[in-house]
Design a protein around this ligand. Sequence first.
Ligand SMILES: Nc1ncnc2c1ncn2[C@@H]1O[C@H](COP(=O)(O)OP(=O)(O)OP(=O)(O)O)[C@@H](O)[C@H]1O
Length: 331
Amino acid sequence: MKKEKINIELKHLSVGYGQPGEAPLEVLTDVNLTAAPGEMVALIGSNGIGKSTLLRTLSAFQPWFAGDIQIGGKSLRTMHPKEIARIMSFVSTENIRVPNLSVFDLVAYGRFPYTNWIGMLSAEDRSIVYEAIEKVGLQGFENRPAMQISDGERQRAMIARALAQDTPVIVLDEPTAYLDVSNKYEIFHLLQVLAEEKKKTVVLSTHDLNIALREVDKLWLVTDGGNYQGAPEDAVLNGWLNKMFRNKQVGFDEKEGEFFFKKKFRAKVKVEGDGLHLIWTLRALNRKGYQIVMQADPDFNVIVKEDTWLLVANDTQKEFQSIYQLLAFLE
Ligand SMILES: Nc1ncnc2c1ncn2[C@@H]1O[C@H](COP(=O)(O)OP(=O)(O)OP(=O)(O)O)[C@@H](O)[C@H]1O
């Protein structure tokens, strides 16, 4: 079947929760965001801001209050669940609580929009399922009970299920939450390849900001003060990342490209040296709360040579063989 290329548009969207007779809880209001075919988008924002709520709403798992969600120019409100299932797959971090469900069966659920009413898999369906399992590196796990695999393996299996569903849009809520750093990069890479080669629109939420900044095409940034979208580099240059956290102690270092915790400086240090040894010495001193100065009068100096660190303070000098030893002495 020829796959359509699908745009996503969130227009003045208000999402949240409401029970009849209770005051509605609006989690996010007036959200205006877009994603194009072939784009990998990371939704980022602080804990509890409403990322899961937004993604569940986008995937038609819950209704919204105001505005519209348009998929390929058509309002999600007007679409039949079966039509949505052929356009959009959703991966969450929820646990699987079905005993005796094998990894193969779990992934095969992805084929439900295409199977007949008893869910019979054709030979083509089975080969798509095996291919999806292989793509996420779970070959050999097909017969294992899905309840008896690790969190990371289950996360891969859930992604395989979305691959088996073969939709032009894939929405993933924290797909890398349980993965180690090498698997996080692999999953980001896999999703990126899908976006690029198959022109799928991939929208995922993540707290892995450093990876997202390096790997995705676009950020959707939700904050208390509004929403922003653009290339990760636009987010850095426009200072959006500094608006992400209410905790003013956390800042974004535009030059390093990473978040840091603002500490009170305990002393000034001037450091001489070069190469990697200098860079990591600066990071270590910074981590321990020393202010690095170039011009101002330092409280002490550190001269970095390959594998030796010379501390010069007033009239005394002391040599160390590692950063650990230098920091221990400074304590
Ligand atoms: N089923 C629910 N009913 C009512 N309120 C809810 C429900 N689920 C979540 N909330 C509330 O909605 C707000 C947003 O929650 P949500 O899970 O969307 O945030 P999030 O950005 O995904 O957080 P995190 O980064 O911690 O996963 C929170 O205040 C949360 O308590």
